[in-house]
Design a protein around this ligand. Structure first.
Ligand SMILES: [Zn+2]
Length: 314
């Protein structure tokens, strides 16, 4: 799976973004002077690369340009508590639809875990207090206590559907925010399938993507273990995963990229729209003014509450 570049089409232009490091392949007529991921104008054309793996799979676009633009606009308007007002009313600027390079990861994960499992029980205890007349009296009450016991065990699962971004222009956490993709629509890659679209060669190393995929898998196994623990509560969950039969395949997935510029002195904000499902995500900027107002309100609220408690006791 090496030795061939993404396409051998002569009408393609390969460019490299000097700002975010993505490696783009555009149709000659689409030659763009801005990077679709970061909005930076510092893109330069570069000679074709020959040492890039060929994609194994592709999912086609289901969401058209107009629909993607509508979804991005709705996303901006929706209540973003801490976003500056200018951001919410900004117009998302479509850069383009792109086939994003990702790695599909799978493996068999065998996990050994240990934890302390808590079982609750109730106990009746006696205590002394003063009654309304100021006399010391002894009363009883029921309290919940927890007894812990050690548990260790094995957990095994197939990991099938972990997808990580292979583009430096889209961080894996940004990409996770527009997941999932419906993998039932996946097809074997043919260059004709992406004709007329921009695509990118992986700009992140396969080793780096392996690490990201294992990290995602680890987080998902941790969630499964958390749900799976018996008893009323647990603590000290510790686990070690042994990955076997790992595979990683390069695929191209459809994404619409938008850049929102809401202030002259701020870099544009990237908004991504899943080109198959329409899921939208982006990192809405945080207005410091709004945050300090909320923090102030909370602090004042707590101070009032403490004041009331002191008054009630006194
Ligand atoms: Zn860029």
């Amino acid at each position: 799976m090496t030795s061939a570049s993404l396409t051998t089409d002569e009408n393609k232009v390969e460019i490299s973004c000097q700002s975010c490091g993505s490696q783009l392949i555009l149709d000659a007529h689409q030659l763009s002077t801005v990077c679709p991921y970061c909005g930076s104008p510092s893109v330069i054309s570069r000679p074709p690369r020959q040492d890039i793996p060929t994609p194994a799979f592709v999912i086609g676009f289901q969401i058209d340009k107009q629909r993607a633009a509508d979804l991005a606009r709705q996303w901006l308007r929706r209540g973003k508590l801490f976003a500056p007002k200018d951001f919410k009313s900004a117009i998302p600027n479509l850069i383009q639809g792109i086939y994003l390079p990702v790695y599909l990861y799978g493996s068999t994960a065998q996990t050994l875990y240990t934890a302390s499992i808590g079982e609750n029980y109730t106990e009746t205890e006696t205590y002394t207090t003063r009654d309304a007349n100021g006399k010391t009296v002894t009363r009883t009450r029921t309290v919940v206590k927890t007894e812990y016991r050690h548990l260790d065990g094995k957990h095994a699962c197939y990991v099938m559907d972990v997808i990580v971004s292979a583009s430096k222009g889209v961080s894996n956490s940004q990409f996770q925010a527009i997941e999932p993709y419906d993998l039932r629509a996946i097809r074997r890659y043919e260059p004709a399938m992406i004709a007329g679209w921009a695509a990118e060669e992986p700009s992140r190393s396969q080793a780096n993507c392996f690490d990201l995929a294992r990290e995602e898998t680890r987080a998902s196994i941790q969630r499964q273990l958390n749900q799976f623990m018996p008893g009323d509560s647990f603590r000290g969950l510790d686990f070690r995963i042994n990955f076997t039969r790992e595979f990683i395949d390069l695929a191209l997935l459809p994404v619409w990229c938008f850049a929102v510029r809401y202030s002259e002195d701020k870099p544009p904000v990237q908004i991504l729209v899943n080109g198959q499902t329409g899921q939208v995500a982006g990192n809405a900027p945080v207005s410091l003014g709004k945050v300090s107002m909320v923090v102030l309100a909370v602090v004042v609220g707590i101070a009032l509450l403490i004041g009331l408690m002191i008054l009630a006791q006194g």
